[in-house]
Write a protein that binds this ligand. Sequence first.
Ligand code: GLU
Length: 442
Amino acid sequence: MSNNVVTRVAPSPTGQMHIGTVRTALFNYIFAKQNGGTYLVRIEDTDKERNREEWVDDIWQDFQWCALTPDKKYRQSEHVGRHKELLHSLVNSDKAYVSKEPKKDDASQTVEVVRLRNPGGKVTFTDLIRGEVTIDTTELGDFVIARSIDDPLYHFAVVADDGDAGVTHVIRGDDHISNTPRQILILEALGFQRPVYAHLPLILAPDRSKLSKRKHGASLENYRGQGFLPEAILNYLALLGWNPGTEKELFTLDELIKEFSLERVHKAGAVFDIEKMKWFNHEYTKMLSLEEYEKQLSVFIESRGETVPPYMPAICTELRNRAQTYGEAANFLIDGEFSFMEETIPTPTTDLLLKGAKASAEAVKTHLQAVLELLGNQEGFTADSVKELVFPYATEKGRASVLWPMRVALSGKEKSPDPFTLAGLLGKERTLERIEKAFQLL
Ligand code: GLU
């Protein structure tokens, strides 16, 4: 394909960005990059009643956050002068006309809308995903394209902007398919070249209803707040509707640019599966260096207004293995899952030390003493090395009677990770100290 490919994503600033818009942006971005073309972001901000300025800023930031940075960007409102000019030219060339008619909700008043002369009949267009689509436009009649000679409607603005920007590929959601014939008629009247269309299947909730921000929290903001990485979101979204034709699931943006094809996007709606997106996220956090993981998690925790516990570096590996997202990791910390890492832990009661041991206080004391001796000479102190030493002894004496009190001694709690993990994370000194203390208690 020649390198004058121009794609565009055209979000309206009416709220947080829907995850579907991110996918539309991604496919437009990839397609432009595949063809050495231009990827354009146009903010459709001409609907004054529904737009808010803060949403405009959010859109730019959202695209920046997920690295779908536009080659060119502008706001539709910057072009209203040009829209009017094009509208006038259509009326001057009699492709459209001013029609004086009674106002819709008040017949005593008249309005002067602009209507397009619609030749009627069927409009056929090629859609890269749906194939050939034919829609009869006869019933549309001479439809309204402007509220007045100086106030063009939305469809007119879209077509004018696409035409002026030389958009060659309109890749957007399926919900716009019914707008396409109307837009093609306007486009042809304006004398612009017709782009290629690709209408993406809608993203569906598990119950196959339309995935919604309100009902399903389907905004980029929400997933960012849950601590997803942008790379993971993009990777997951790419596979939502697109079938790579292989088993491969992990794709960097560069790999997507090499391998993605619009022709391999399904026609049917794609069900959004948050668990699958979490799986992707976990794959991506596992690829980070520990230092990077710790840095990003700290930023995330602080952005929630929480403090990063001083022991976090010591438990990063464990956190990363267990948490699929930064949100989950932060929750583990807030819920006290790792509170055994605090300098002081609740002193375990004798009841608790014996509760799950199913052995007498005397027997438990003997076991704790034995564990102290086993670990006392231990050099490299890791969860594995502790297990190697203690497990055979516990197996011989009865696992519960050794491992339960050891675990309670180290955590101070009824529920915690296994005692080897605890010992590995606490290190030799604190492990011995806490077991000694429990021993004294008994
Ligand atoms: N502004 C429209 C939307 O937010 C997109 C229009 C288009 O892609 O043609 O759904």
